[in-house]
Each structure stands twice: as structure tokens, then as C-alpha cells.
Design a protein around this ligand. Structure first.
Ligand code: AOF
Ligand code: ZN
Length: 374
């Protein structure tokens, strides 16, 4: 079997896979719940076809590329950022289409973590005498599909907590005032994270304090999402969300609660919300169960835009995969309004270690992307 031996790739292989990854990135905002996948087909050193998966239910990347290549696909090399699928989903198996087109060699960046595929696609190609190699620019392909991989392998979405704070780590004033700490540039940056998320997660405290919409406002980004707003998920153990809350107006809202209050539940459903009852310890929502519930709803990537309580709860439970921190060059002082509700540490050994993934200036603000080291 060729699949697990590390093959040696040529410089041309790297080049074509890079192009396939650029194709895949076209699906950054629009393929959910499917992965972002790109494909490039090369015959005698010429690119004869390319394509990306753009929307669930529509053709996969390989199908677009094969259609463009037509008869030139026979004897060609295909570069795909994900193992071609072998199952009937909303669309028929790509592996069969690749075989039928007479492709000679298939290079993939990564295996499909979907248990319905998981190596079967590559195996099917190899069984038909197609030369198969996997693992080229695998890291880049995985980064593009962190959320999909997380849902398939951990049965929970990838969780990014976004927090805007002053340089002394305060998210607002004690009197509740919190608009606007960071600059319009930072807020535009945030729009891109929102736009690539399947859901925005917040707490009822934020709803009561700010009455936010948590929608994608950027028209171009919303268009790339086919006009579909991300789900908005509200953690609201005691069902305190008012049915008049602005967030309910745009639809696609799930309220996750712990108590049962039939009348309030009916009022919120009447206002368009879906309800998910997940009672946990101390009358609070079980956050781990909630993330599993979101994965069951095919949510790959979650962005948390919440206050210290929910951010702290998720962090303490080890459920935050990434922090997106925006620091404004201001100082706010005070001794409340921290970024995370966390118990006072007794020793430095209890600290939460972060691994920095990215630092950059965004307008006048600083952006730090970091990963808690578990
Ligand atoms: C590929 N190429 O471009 C994509 C793949 O419901 P369907 O038919 O769209 O199938 C979705 C599954 O197919 C998805 O969970 C993943 O395993 C795979 N996605 N496969 O060969 C593509 N988007
Ligand atoms: Zn497919």
C-alpha cells in the first residue's frame, strides 16, 4: 500500500498543491458544514482544470476541476487538498469520478477525517491502478479545515474566544460601558473571523447588557456566505433572554438553558429561537455537552464573543482552542472587568500557558492569536 509511506514530492508537485490550496481557500466562508477543498489537474505540465468546493450540496472540488479538464483529464495528475470522497453524501463519490476520467496519479494533502471516507477514497483509487500519494502540504490543508477536523475527530467544534481589551486587560468600565475599546480596523478584522465561523457564542449577560446582533455586517463577506448568517448561540442557564432581544430578529438563534420554564420557553420559541436544554452542575449549562450538541448540528467553528464569565468557564473547562485578543493602546484601570473569570491562583505552577500563533498590529490596536497549552 502506498498510502502511509512518506513519498518524495517534486518542486512541481509543491507548486500545484499550493494552487490547489489557494482554490480551497475560496471556500473559507461558504462551505460549512463541509470542508474547504481545492483541486488542480495537470497534463504534460499544463493546468487543464481547477476548482473549489464552494457550497454544501454543490459539486465537490474534483468535479469542478474534472469538468473543466474534460478529455484532458485522461492520463493527468490531480492535486486535491483532501482525499477524494468515497461515499454518497449530497453528491456522488469523487473517487469514482476520478477513476472514470482516467486520471493517472492523485496527490492529496490530507486524508478525510470523515469516518465515512477515512482512507477509503485513496484505497479505491489505488485499487483501480491509480498512483496515489498523500501528505503534501498537509499542515496547510489542516489549518484550513481545523473546525471540520475537530468536529469529525473530537465531536466538538473548534472554539475561538475573541476578546477586546485595554492594555491593562480590562474589557470595559465597572458601570458597564464597553463601547468601543478597539478601533474600527480591529472591528473589521473581527468581521472576518465571524464570517468564517459557523456560530457565534455568547452569554445572556452580554445580551442583557449590550443587546447585540452578533451578525456579519460586511456585505462582501456575507455574500461569500451565500447570505446566510452564522448561528448565534446564547448560553442562558436561567432563561433570562428577553423575547424582545434584537438578536432574535435575524433568526438562527439557539438558546442553551439549564432550568425548565415552559412559559418563557414558549415565548422565546414564539420569538423565533430554538431551545436546547442541557442542565449541568449547579443549575448551569453543561458546556462540554453544549459543544457536543453544536457538533451534532454540524457546527465546525465557533467564535466566542462573550464576557468574563463564559470566557472563564470555557477556559477553565479546557474548551478554548484559540484566543483572538485585540488590545487597544489605552489603560482603563479599576479592579473588575477582567478578560476571564478565573479563581485566584495559589502558585505560579497553576498558570495557563499560552502558545503564541500570531502577533500583529491592526490599525492602532495589537492583535495576539494564541493557543492555551493544555
Ligand atoms: C471531496 N471533495 O470538495 C469535498 C469533500 O454531502 P456531500 O456529498 O457534499 O459530502 C460531504 C463530505 O464529503 C464531507 O463531510 C467530506 O467528508 C467530503 N468533502 N470531499 O472529495 C470536496 N468538500
Ligand atoms: Zn467528493
Amino acid at each position: 500500500m502506498i498510502i502511509n509511506t512518506p513519498p518524495v514530492f517534486s518542486a512541481a508537485d509543491y507548486q500545484y498543491m499550493s494552487l490547489a490550496l489557494r482554490e480551497a481557500a475560496k471556500g473559507l466562508y461558504g462551505t460549512s458544514p463541509n470542508p474547504r477543498v481545492g483541486c488542480v489537474i495537470v497534463k504534460d505540465g499544463n493546468i487543464v482544470g481547477y476548482g473549489a468546493h464552494l457550497r454544501a450540496g454543490e459539486p465537490h472540488a474534483e468535479v469542478h476541476a474534472l469538468r473543466m479538464a474534460g478529455e484532458h483529464a485522461a492520463g493527468a495528475d490531480a492535486y486535491v487538498t483532501l482525499e477524494p470522497c468515497s461515499h454518497f453524501g449530497r453528491t456522488p463519490p469523487c473517487a469514482d469520478a476520478v477513476v472514470k476520467a482516467g486520471v493517472k496519479r492523485v496527490v492529496t494533502a490530507m486524508q478525510d477525517p470523515n469516518p465515512l471516507v477515512a482512507g477509503n477514497g485513496l484505497r479505491r483509487l489505488a485499487e483501480h491502478g491509480i498512483e496515489v500519494a498523500s501528505g503534501l502540504l498537509e499542515h496547510e490543508a489542516k489549518v484550513l479545515n481545523t473546525g471540520f477536523i475537530s468536529r469529525m475527530t473530537r465531536q466538538r467544534p473548534w472554539v475561538r474566544s475573541k476578546i477586546a481589551a485595554s492594555l491593562d486587560g480590562k474589557t470595559g468600565l465597572n458601570n458597564g460601558e464597553s463601547k468601543w475599546i478597539t478601533s474600527p480596523d480591529a472591528r473589521q478584522h473581527v468581521q472576518q473571523w465571524r464570517a468564517q465561523s459557523c456560530a457565534i457564542l455568547t452569554g445572556v449577560g452580554t445580551i442583557l447588557a449590550d443587546d447585540p446582533l452578533l451578525t456579519v455586517r460586511d456585505i462582501d463577506l456575507l455574500q461569500k456566505r451565500h447570505g446566510v448568517q452564522p448561528w448565534r448561540i446564547i448560553v442562558d442557564s436561567q432563561l433570562r433572554t428577553p423575547p424582545s432581544a434584537a438578536i432574535l430578529q435575524a433568526g438562527r438563534v439557539v438558546i442553551v438553558h439549564a432550568v425548565r420554564l415552559p412559559e418563557q420557553e414558549r415565548a422565546l420559541q414564539g420569538a423565533g429561537a430554538e431551545l436546547l436544554a442541557l442542565p449541568g452542575e449547579g443549575g448551569r449549562v453543561d458546556l462540554t455537552a453544549m459543544l457536543h450538541g453544536l457538533a451534532q448540528r454540524q457546527i465546525n467553528e465557533v467564535m466566542v464573543e462573550a464576557g468574563a464569565l463564559l470566557n472563564g468557564g470555557l477556559l477553565n473547562a479546557g474548551l478554548v482552542d484559540e484566543l483572538l485578543l485585540y488590545y487597544a493602546p489605552i489603560l482603563l484601570g479599576g479592579d473588575a472587568r477582567n478578560m476571564f473569570a478565573m479563581a485566584e491562583l495559589q502558585s505560579m505552577q497553576q498558570k495557563i500557558q499560552l502558545q503564541t500563533l500570531d502577533t500583529r498590529q491592526v490599525g492602532v490596536d495589537w492583535f495576539i492569536r494564541a493557543k492555551p497549552v493544555m
